[in-house]
Design a protein around this ligand. Structure first.
Ligand SMILES: *Cc1c(COP(=O)(O)O)cnc(C)c1O
Ligand code: SF4
Length: 334
């Protein structure tokens, strides 16, 4: 009997089905990855506040039996999240202060960021919006008012779709949104910030690629990849189509203790990104969000790592090391 490979099975489902089949149960996660049951109690406790969530594709990239796997560390709820740490808050980057209402954040000249939707395909434990009040603050709920705000601000020439993850929207919703943005005369650029290409590669649909290919907007896609192990061949076809559509591919990472806070990992990440046609854009210092303090890398060490990286990589593969400081008019280089 011929058994189809997992790859083959993967092609039999749509990306929406894969989203619906995300893993959310810590028991199943530990069992599937052959991890010790002693982790369960704390995982369940920490998941109450911010649930476990990952795609089956992301799961397939995690090494079995390795409690220190850098991908596992990004998604497994652990005890350290439960301990309050001074200086770590629920709104670490001043989103509330920058909010225009209707799911719009306006911090920087010329660019507005749309908190398109609260949904994500994966829950990254260090996420700076893990406490964001999405329930009544996403653009999708205030569609018309949000668009009117964009029309009313002629200084905006770039619209950034963020979230949550904007690619969790259905193509029909997303394409309609892009169409509405295209119709605003002063908007020249569209940027999509999404982790979906990494955690669910088949999300790069023909519908999305066609829309971007045929748009007069200059488009970029900023993926969010923190480790070379997150890049898989399943991603290549989609990325190539986006490139052919004229979409600029960039990456942002977060510098995370126990995930990518060493030279070899960062270097491999930058080089591997380029092999996938993606340019490193930002390496973010962690935003001090409550529950994520155990991911912090101190500034001194971050600067040291970055300056060594600078000596080992061509200039175009060096991401900018930045921190977001509430009230500043741009991300602040370290
Ligand atoms: C990060 C961010 C941007 C984009 O900044 P760039 O430096 O252009 O990448 C825009 N708006 C908000 C609210 C942001 O947090
Ligand atoms: S918004 Fe981004 S970082 Fe936060 S959980 Fe979603 S995918 Fe992860």
């Amino acid at each position: 009997m011929i058994t189809p490979s997992e790859d083959f099975l993967e092609q039999q489902t749509t990306w929406q089905q894969d989203m619906a089949q995300a893993m959310t149960d810590p028991v199943e996660l530990l069992r599937t990855l052959n991890l010790p049951n002693s982790l369960l109690d704390k995982a369940q406790q920490a998941a109450k506040d911010f649930p476990l969530r990952l795609t089956r594709h992301y799961l397939s990239l995690i090494e079995h039996g390795n409690v220190d796997d850098p991908l596992l560390r990004q998604i497994l709820p652990i005890q350290a999240e439960l301990q309050p740490v001074p200086g770590y808050s629920k709104d670490p980057v001043g989103d509330a202060q920058a909010s225009l209402g209707d799911g719009l954040l306006h911090k920087y000249a010329g660019r507005a960021l749309l908190v398109t939707t609260g949904a994500c395909a994966i829950h990254c434990r260090y996420c700076f919006r893990r406490h964001y009040p999405y329930a009544n603050n996403s653009a999708i709920q205030h569609w018309e008012a949000m668009l009117q705000q964009l029309r009313d601000r002629p200084a905006l020439d770039e619209i950034i779709l963020s979230g949550g993850d904007p690619l969790t929207l259905s193509d029909s919703r997303l394409l309609e949104l892009i169409q509405q943005i295209e119709a605003i005369p002063h908007v020249k650029r569209l940027r999509i910030h999404s982790r979906l290409p990494i955690v669910l590669p088949k999300r790069i649909t023909h519908g999305l690629v066609d829309k971007l290919a045929n748009s007069h907007l200059h488009s970029s896609l900023v993926v969010h990849c923190n480790h070379a192990q997150e890049l898989s061949p399943a991603l290549l076809a989609g990325l190539q189509q986006l490139q052919q559509a004229g979409v600029t591919l960039l990456n942002q990472s977060v510098l995370l203790a126990g995930v990518n806070d060493n030279l070899a990992t960062l270097k491999a990440l930058c080089e591997q990104l380029f092999a996938y046609g993606i340019l490193p854009y930002y390496l973010h210092q962690l935003d001090p969000v409550q529950g994520a303090a155990h991911f912090a890398v101190d500034d001194q060490q971050a600067i040291q790592l970055h300056s060594t990286l600078r000596k080992q990589l061509p200039g175009y593969l060096l991401p900018r090391l930045v921190r977001e400081i509430t009230g500043e008019s741009a991300k602040t280089p370290l």
